[in-house]
Design a protein around this ligand. Structure first.
Ligand SMILES: [Zn+2]
Length: 264
């Protein structure tokens, strides 16, 4: 667990307990990765395999508790208990959560309990409208998301457009390319900023190589979104928080030739 402070707002990464995923790299990939030696030691192994992380990000303002992407991806019903315990260990009881933000839908993580009821009973749940529409139309490809539609019918899940201010200092921004819909979360206070990037970047190697895609919906839009975001992050010195990055999972981006480097 690591907490970063953005003015009066705390941003805490809660790691997925006992999660470990290492993806081997072929020779061509290793050659690309080695152009970014800063990827070691956090984000690659000694032989340049990719270290992947899994986490939930907790944003605490003076008034509210917001969960962003509650362990999205790597769905496994047996992990529900340990994941909720990890949140408790970080001081977050299920009843305390005011808003659950899903940057997009990639699995449903701990949004719901085994019976499909909301895990966080007092929370508003936010999901991009384009994601909900694609799930409802049967074109999304995420078969486990039907419970979100039931919660939308019950008024618990709300559709977002990607231009909402949720609270003082917390807002959504549209970030197209990865999925039918995706919104990153900006946290801004006292002239400091952080941005939680969802799956806009699956690994910090994509900060150095913004054109790398992994089966994303629209690779051209994805690269444009990445470059626009990284440019602005360097301008305002924003902390970049990547839920799928290996720990510590956040850092500053700096210009590096035609792209950027990431200092964890
Ligand atoms: Zn995703």
């Amino acid at each position: 667990m690591t907490t970063w402070t953005v003015g009066s707002i705390d941003v805490t990464r809660v790691d997925d307990p006992d999660f470990e995923l290492i993806l081997p790299s072929d020779d061509a990939t290793v050659a690309v990765l080695q152009r970014s030696p800063w990827l070691a030691p956090h984000f690659v192994t000694g032989d340049w395999a990719l270290n992947i992380g899994s986490s939930c990000t907790v944003v605490r303002t003076p008034d509210a508790v917001v969960l962003v992407d509650p362990f999205l991806a790597f769905d496994d019903a047996d992990r529900l208990g340990p994941r909720l315990q990890a949140l408790r260990d970080a001081g977050v009881e299920a009843d305390d959560v005011d808003i659950v933000v899903n940057t997009h839908v990639d699995g449903i993580g701990v949004n719901v309990l085994r019976d499909g009821s909301p895990t966080f009973p007092n929370a508003r749940y936010l999901v991009p409208r384009a994601e909900l529409e694609a799930i409802r139309a049967g074109t999304h490809g995420e078969s486990r998301a039907d419970s979100l539609l039931a919660l939308q019918d019950d008024g618990i899940v709300e559709a977002t457009e990607g231009d909402e201010t949720l609270l003082d200092g917390v807002r959504l921004e549209d970030a197209p390319g990865h999925n039918p819909g995706m919104h990153v979360v900006w946290v801004e206070d006292a002239e400091r900023a952080a941005v939680i990037v969802g799956h806009l970047f699956l690994h910090p190697a994509q900060i150095a190589n913004p054109s790398i895609e992994n089966g994303d919906l629209d690779p051209v839009a994805l690269e444009a979104t990445r470059r626009s975001l990284l440019r602005r992050c360097t301008e305002v010195g924003a902390l970049v928080v990547g839920p799928l990055f290996a720990p510590p999972g956040a850092g500053q981006v700096r210009p590096d030739g035609d792209a950027w480097r990431f200092d964890a």
